[in-house]
Structures are given as structure tokens and as C-alpha cells.
Design a protein around this ligand. Structure first.
Ligand SMILES: [Zn+2]
Length: 348
């Protein structure tokens, strides 16, 4: 729960975070006042425009259209990384969403499925529209995603929120698909930014690529993470199995880490699926999950790798879990993990 920032406060916070801000027309006073409440605010929401072209997209988000008057967001993120401020105050971006999701954002815990449209989101969320066709093919340039993460981090930092206060429109309103990128990865970026000094020039780690040390802070020397296990372990189809990676507790409290789990699996059928994800186990029993990475199985021996990057609090332990789904239901025989290897880097 928080009082919305003023336009001037937001501008100062964004610039401190290293955002390249462009002030568009009378954005500071352009809003939907008189058409519902603005505040208390609880989080920030990420959208894509389903348009191309910077000028026309910015104009559309400022003006809106016949059935939905502008502003359609507070900020428009261009592909070159510029952030155009098009409104401040209540804006038509979030529509009606799920009250359970809003409560999870307020509590900063894992999001439930968005299966209701019963709550006014325009009152509670800052919104950014990222210029993208939303067809899954239009690329997301690093400059654009980095700018969006900084925009989110700036507002979260100013309010004292964590990355858990950042959601995608698709996580809020049933039927929405924006943005097309993985929100777990995006929140990991925001988390890394929030762990740093505002405006740090260091890019956030990206997934699924494993960043090289040169992409991290050059003045920082990372520590190496490495584990190797050749004990056979059964993997029961359809069940999550946590891998023994206890020694990776050494990354607790890392401001950034990269980790890749590589598994050798024997006995799977061709065309099955391995799902893997990292999670952060907290002392109170709760956990944060990364996005799920899927790998196909092959007959005989399957080699699968699961990369991840993020940051982790001192009170959390890094874990990895894997599940196997056979190609044919009924083919329920257990398979065997014959080797597992964890490699990575971490920055304290
Ligand atoms: Zn949207």
C-alpha cells in the first residue's frame, strides 16, 4: 500500500536508475482523473503494444482510441531503450484483473493463476507498454528489456518494494498474453538491479544464456560453483525430484549468480519431456521458483542442461528440481539420473 509518486518524484527515480527518459507533451497532467481512483498503488505492470514504430506507438499510447481513451499507460518503452513518459495518474492499461493476484502482489508472494476479472487494476498499478508486435517473433532488443527492468526497479526501489511487485498483464487479466517474454526471468533482472546501487551500468544477467564474467561488473571477481555427482538416482514419472545440490548453499547471499545443471538420464523413452527449475528455499518454508525449462528425452541416454541466472538473499538456499514426463501416458516406468553436474559463477 502506497501513495502514488508524483510525476516529479517518478522522473527523479527513473533518471537515478539510469533510464533514458523522454517527456512527451503534457504527460505530467495527462490521465483519467474523474473515471475512477488512482492509488493506493501496489505494483508495476508490463505490457506490449502489438504495434511497431516508435512515433506512432507513443502517440497511440498518449491519445488512446475511440473505445479506450488515453493515456494507455504511463511509459512507452521503445526498442532503442528510450522511455517515453505519456501520462501520470490513472491510466487505461490494466483493466479488470484478479483480486487474488493483487493480494499476492501486496503480500509479495508467488502469484496464483489469474482466473477472475473482478478488480480495478488502473487504480493500483503503474504501467509500461513495450513496443512489440506480440507475435512471439518480433525480437526483444537488450536495450529495450534492460530499460523496462530499470523502469520497474526505479519505481519498486522508491516504494521499497521487491521484484515481487512486478507483474505482467498476462498474470493479471484472464486472456491476456502480454508480454511474450518470461516474467520470472524479468523479475530476476529487477531483483539484480535492486541489489545494486541505482543506475549501475552493469547489465542484469539474462537467461537462458549464461553471462560471461565480462558481462558482469568488470571490477568484481566471481567465485566458481562446481559440483559433480555420479550416484544413480531414480526419477519417478510426473513427480518433482529435488537434486542433491546442498553444497550450492555457498551461493546464499549472492548479488548475482549463474548456474547450469547438466543431467544424464538413462531409460527414458524418445519424445518424453524433462522439466527443470531452480528455486530458492526460504527458512520459513516458502520458496521462489524460476521459470520451468523443458528438454526433450531421447531413447537410451538423454543429456539435458538447465541454465539460470539471478540473485539470492542470504537467508535463502539454492535448489534445483527435475521432473520426467513420458511421451506416452501409461509408460510410467521410472528412469535413472546417472550423473548430475552443477556449474556456475557467483558474485557476493
Ligand atoms: Zn496489456
Amino acid at each position: 500500500m502506497a501513495t502514488p509518486l508524483t510525476a516529479a518524484q517518478a522522473l527523479t527515480a527513473l533518471k537515478a536508475e539510469g533510464c533514458k527518459v523522454v517527456e512527451y507533451r503534457d504527460w505530467r497532467t495527462h490521465n483519467r482523473e474523474g473515471h475512477g481512483a488512482w492509488g493506493p498503488v501496489h505494483g508495476v505492470m508490463i505490457h506490449h503494444t502489438v504495434t511497431s514504430g516508435t512515433d506512432s506507438s507513443v502517440a497511440l499510447c498518449y491519445d488512446g482510441h475511440a473505445s479506450l481513451p488515453g493515456p494507455l499507460c504511463h511509459t512507452v518503452g521503445a526498442k532503442d531503450g528510450r522511455l517515453f513518459m505519456v501520462g501520470w495518474g490513472r491510466a487505461n492499461h490494466a483493466g479488470l484483473g484478479d483480486d487474488d493476484v493483487l493480494q499476492a502482489v501486496i503480500d509479495e508472494r508467488a502469484l496464483p493463476p489469474d482466473n477472475e476479472a473482478n478488480t480495478d487494476g488502473n487504480r493500483a498499478f503503474y504501467g509500461i507498454e513495450l513496443i512489440n508486435l506480440g507475435n512471439g517473433k518480433d525480437p526483444w532488443p537488450e536495450a529495450q528489456v534492460d530499460a523496462a527492468a530499470r523502469w520497474a526497479a526505479a519505481l519498486c526501489r522508491k516504494h521499497g518494494w521487491s521484484e515481487r511487485s512486478v507483474i505482467g498483464h498476462k498474470e493479471w487479466q484472464p486472456g491476456k498474453i502480454d508480454p511474450t517474454f518470461d516474467m520470472g526471468d524479468f523479475r530476476a533482472r529487477v531483483r539484480v538491479l535492486l541489489a545494486k546501487t541505482p543506475g549501475s551500468s552493469t547489465p542484469a544477467p539474462t537467461t537462458p544464456k549464461t553471462p560471461t564474467p565480462q558481462q558482469q561488473e568488470e571490477s568484481d571477481v566471481p567465485s566458481t560453483l562446481g559440483l559433480y555427482n555420479t550416484t544413480d538416482r531414480p526419477l519417478v514419472p510426473g513427480k518433482w525430484t529435488t537434486m542433491t545440490v546442498d553444497k550450492t548453499d555457498i551461493v546464499t547471499g549472492a548479488k548475482a549468480y549463474t548456474a547450469s545443471v547438466m543431467l544424464t538420464i538413462d531409460g527414458a523413452s524418445a519424445g518424453g519431456t524433462l522439466q527443470g527449475r531452480f528455486y530458492h528455499q526460504r527458512t520459513d518454508g516458502s520458496r521462489w521458483d524460476s521459470g520451468i525449462v523443458e528438454r526433450p528425452t531421447t531413447a537410451g541416454t538423454t543429456f539435458a542442461d538447465f541454465p539460470h541466472a539471478g540473485s539470492i538473499a542470504a537467508s535463502e538456499k539454492l535448489r534445483f528440481e527435475v521432473a520426467y514426463f513420458p511421451a506416452t501416458s501409461g509408460d510410467e516406468k521410472s528412469v535413472t539420473i546417472t550423473t548430475s553436474r552443477v556449474r556456475g559463477l557467483y558474485w557476493k
